[in-house]
Write a protein that binds this ligand. Structure first.
Ligand code: PT1
Length: 273
């Protein structure tokens, strides 16, 4: 499938590098230091073969608390601008906040990655007006409490229905269908079994004509399988990304770019044979 609207060819699996600009990295330390670190990390990910860099100023991992608008704007926009000024890469902005979408796109972001699938007040109209590609992700509940006993009758059916409903809302609002990416939302209100059922069903998600984005990198689903802490989950994460790509995922959102890019070359070689 082609993806002409942000210049990335998705006929082969592509890697999106994660760049966190959440409080820990941006708290009290000097602003220049933080920007320096961010651009260094971004540069390393581009050299390692990333096709996208995902910049996020709100932590959405389990238990995370919300962030204020000014805080999110201050964290995200300078980093987006600096990356676009220095590197030739598509920057994706990980946000659910319309104001951040507007400012980040003005700063050069070429993709909106919304873990709330544009369901926040004003987000859908903002995305339609901006016209850049969007990634719609499924989440059950809110980050603070989403891992407190998640339940589904059939997780694959529920997530698929949700993503198709959100996509249709967007298309009905006049948004170009070819700019929509869908994401099952691994770890967002899901047990290990739910996550594994979704991983096994990536081919079903990719059968709807939308590119599929998968983010499993270093998540607790990998940690539960391996019984290993977050800094020892690289190989398990690459294995899961490999399976997802073999089942048709187009974009893999990861921390370990170089390793995942190699794995994607192996998948691509096999898919081409
Ligand atoms: C994702 C994703 C994201 N994940 C998209 N955006 C995060 N499109 C942030 C854990 O279980 O998968 N897709 N933006 C990070 N969120 C989590 C969730 C981090 C769960 C860790 C876990 O450990």
């Amino acid at each position: 499938m082609n993806f002409p609207n942000c210049g990335i060819d998705l006929t082969r699996p592509r890697v999106m590098g994660v760049l966190n600009v959440t409080p820990d990295s941006f708290s009290d330390g000097g602003r220049f230091n933080s920007l320096d670190t961010a651009i260094e990390q971004a540069e390393a990910m581009v050299r390692a073969g990333a096709s996208f860099i995902d910049v996020g100023g709100e932590s959405t991992r389990p238990g995370a608390t919300p962030v204020s608008l000014t805080e999110e704007l201050d964290r995200v926009c300078p980093v987006v601008e600096l990356i676009k000024r220095n590197l030739d890469i598509v920057v994706s902005v990980d946000t659910s906040t319309p104001e951040v979408m507007v400012e980040a796109v003005a700063a050069g972001a070429g993709l909106i990655n919304d873990v709330r699938a544009l369901q926040r007040e004003g987000a859908m109209n903002t995305a339609i007006n901006l016209g850049v590609p969007v990634c719609l992700m499924h989440m059950q509940g809110v980050p603070e409490t989403m891992q407190d006993n998640p339940h589904y009758d059939s997780v694959v059916d529920v997530v698929e229905d949700y993503l198709l409903t959100c996509s249709n809302q967007l298309v009905n609002g006049g948004f170009d269908r070819s700019k929509i990416i869908i994401d099952p939302g691994f770890g967002f209100g899901k047990t290990l079994s739910h996550n594994l059922q979704l991983l096994n069903a990536v081919d079903r998600f990719s059968g709807h004509g939308y590119p599929v984005l998968v983010g499993v990198s270093r998540k607790s689903m990998i940690g539960s399988i391996l019984n290993k802490p977050v800094d020892e989950r690289m190989i398990g994460s690459v294995a899961a990304a490999t399976i997802a790509a073999y089942k048709g995922a187009s974009i893999l959102r990861v921390h370990d770019v170089e390793e995942t890019v190699d794995a994607m070359s192996v998948v691509q070689a096999l898919l081409e044979e």
